[in-house]
Ligand binder design. Structure first.
Ligand code: MV4
Length: 445
């Protein structure tokens, strides 16, 4: 096992990784930008190095600073958390070249699955359903028009280097399509330095269901059931839960098995998430793989009784998964609420500032993953996540009741937060009955 790990991230996920390491007897080295200097979570590391100025490109995205901190800090491995460098195959490869274990998939599997067209090919070869669409990249307009005619409008133009909704365009007719293709390719070139685009049938009003997987370096792959992340606003998840209450058991089993087939076929290792869209008839379609630990991982930890971050570290150190699929339960119901410092009266823009008063909820079934404290200043440079409330109870009804109770106990003063939005969602009949789709929040409020 590793003796010392560098945590190449900040905020709640940096703290989450340091907590896992402490429990495993592993020392940690933290890195921080000038904007995070003095934050209390850094006290949980054995050592902490400043790696640059506040903008992420000068610090948390600066490979050279991070590799240098690994050398000076004398670590054997680096945990990238989520965001920043976590899905950057070039960084993962550089770590390997420097003899530092990257706690995540091998850079080749990451690159293969990071490219959406290539991920679609892998899914097809693993007999995992994909959304009807083009074979590979679109090479000319005529081909796109022909395929769109075959699959039927509306279609969605997607960037092969995209993800998380960036560079997507809906086309409802041939004229939309011709214009959209050019715009999407230009946008993709600008954003990802890769103009490649492809077409998919546009699934209207889908649910977003994703499967947590875990794979070791010895060919063992298991799933840790699914999460329903349908409650999103502008591609930002707001509420996540496990299991997906709206799915019949048979579909859940199928979707989880499909995710494992995809992982086995691709040679992916470590923790990952396979994302699907589910249409109103419960047909499911693979859309992308997230090659990292995700923000919403705690709901899967609670229903399965596992520690995913500890498993990431163990697998990266070469340990075998001693979990057998049959021994991974899905007990009770878990819901996560993301608490962001955002102003609902100002289109949910970030609301940076100082937290002047903080009361965290507690009691049965309540977990808080957060790095903030009274007097904490939320920097304007990064995402606005100030913490996660995660609730686990025997039934979904009880989980909703406990979550509402915990939200009532939660006090954050000094900045605006998404707590009022979470209250409205959890008390809305459509959420309670799980009759929602990815457009619900924007349609309703
Ligand atoms: C789609 C789709 C409908 N049809 N693909 C958005 C982010 C990226 N992960 C994929 N996304 C979508 N892909 C087809 N063929 C609708 C979305 C989508 C969405 C997906 C999941 C959760 C929220 C969403 C919000 C808008 C669009």
């Amino acid at each position: 096992m590793f003796q010392r790990i560098l945590v190449a991230n900040r905020g709640e996920i940096a703290l989450r990784v340091m907590r896992a390491c402490r429990e495993m007897g592993i020392q940690t080295v933290a890195v921080f930008s000038e904007a995070d200097r003095g934050a209390h979570y850094l006290d949980s590391a054995d050592e902490a190095f400043c790696i640059g100025n506040a903008p992420a490109s000068d610090s948390y995205l600066d490979y050279k600073q991070i590799i240098a901190a690994c050398e000076v800090g004398n670590v054997e491995a680096v945990h990238p958390g989520y965001g920043f460098l976590s899905e950057n195959a070039a960084f993962a490869e550089m770590c390997r070249d420097c003899n530092i274990e990257f706690i995540g998939p091998h850079h080749e599997a990451m690159a293969k699955l990071g490219d959406k067209v290539s991920a679609r090919e892998i899914a097809k070869s693993a007999k995992v359903p994909v959304v009807p669409g083009t074979e590979g990249l679109i090479s000319d307009e005529a081909e796109a028009v022909k395929v769109a005619g075959e699959i039927g409008y509306p279609v969605l133009i997607k960037a092969t280097a995209g993800g998380g909704g960036k560079g997507m365009r809906v086309a409802r007719n041939e004229m939309n399509l011709k214009q959209g293709l050019k715009q999407a390719a230009q946008e993709a070139e600008k954003a990802f330095a890769n103009p490649g685009v492809y077409l998919e049938k546009y699934i209207e009003a889908p649910r977003h269901v994703e499967v947590q997987v875990l794979a070791d370096n010895h060919g063992n792959v298991v799933h840790l059931w699914e999460r329903d992340c349908t409650m999103q606003r502008k591609h930002q998840k707001v509420v996540e839960e496990s299991p997906a209450y709206a799915l019949p058991n048979k579909v859940r089993e199928e979707i989880c098995k499909a995710a494992v087939r995809l992982v086995k076929t691709s040679g992916y290792t470590n923790a990952g998430t396979v994302e699907f869209l589910v249409d109103p008839d419960h047909n499911f379609y693979f859309i992308e793989v997230n090659a990292r630990i995700q923000v919403e991982h705690p709901v899967s930890e609670l229903v399965t009784g596992t520690d995913l971050v500890q498993w990431q570290i163990r697998v990266a150190a070469g340990e075998k998964l001693d979990l057998k699929q049959k021994q991974i339960p899905c007990n009770g119901s878990a819901i996560e609420i993301r608490i962001n410092a955002e102003d609902p009266d100002n289109d949910f823009r970030g609301s940076p500032g100082t937290i002047t008063k903080l009361r965290l909820p507690g009691g049965p079934g309540v977990r808080i993953d957060s790095h903030v404290h009274e007097g904490y200043r939320i920097p304007p440079y990064y995402d606005s996540l100030i913490g996660k409330l995660i609730v686990h109870r025997p039934t979904r009804e009880q989980t909703i009741a406990t979550t509402l109770r915990a939200l009532d106990e939660f006090v954050v003063e000094g900045v605006k937060t998404t707590i009022p939005l979470a209250r409205k969602i959890l008390s809305h009949p459509a959420f309670v009955e799980s009759k929602v789709d990815t457009t619900f929040i924007e349609r309703t409020w």
